[in-house]
Design a protein around this ligand. Sequence first.
Ligand code: SF4
Ligand code: MG
Length: 284
Amino acid sequence: MTNIKDYDNNITPNWCPGCGHFSIQRALQVVASRLEIPNEKMMVVSGIGCSGRISGYMNTYSFHGIHGRSLPIAQGIKASNKDLTVIAAGGDGDGFAIGLSHTLHAIRRNMNVTYIVLNNQIYGLTKGHTSPLSEVGFQTKSTPTGSLENPIRPGIVALSNGITFLGQGFSAYQEQLIDTIVKAVQHDGFSLVNVFSPCVTYNKINTYQWFREHLVKLDEDEGYNPQDYQMAMNKLIETDGLCTGIIYQNEGTPSLLEQLQPKDASALSKMDLQLSKDHFNSII
Ligand code: SF4
Ligand code: MG
């Protein structure tokens, strides 16, 4: 096993003390260490927001992209270099407001990329306003009398659109979070891990204590079967999305690149060439 510190670039994160994102950053380092991923074989791509900083705190390749666009960048990188372990990261606003269409199409495409959502149900970087995952009645500077709009339920959205791996975690349940991300990275296809990550500065409702009181831990030893689609959907509805662990995994659907490969290997190499050319053209 490599050392966790091998993945630390010694830059001190400027998240507020107590922010849930610290735990996710550490979990990523532990996952990289457990899976013995060489530093130069891992890429962390992020969007914009407090969550977006995570790519700058990893001693791996990283790319700090634009708002809501971590997924198209991550998929382009994976298509161009299939040997890289590619992690995309973003906040709840990043992935379920401006970036929602990219999230849906990444689910459909089933490319071998892991998407970590640092979900604090608020926009933290812009000093605390309502996100599409904030609850009805949630009061912020942008909704002083409370949010009127129904929140998006990310797990249900992902599952109903054909995701092949869905996990959820909580910043304070670090061991479960690490185990879930390990399985997500090992999954052959697109994996989404929605992590409840409290914003201690602006979200005074969805606190660590609130999550401890509301989250249900899914346990395979107690009969939960993540391969059962209906059971996964029922659990998400029953808990109003407030459950953690591996919610669903379908190991039978090949990833996009795998589907392309056996049909026509020469066509794939032509596609590789075209992808590399397009990639080159897009950066010059
Ligand atoms: Fe974390 Fe909230 Fe501070 Fe951003 S504003 S660093 S999300 S605690
Ligand atoms: Mg947020």
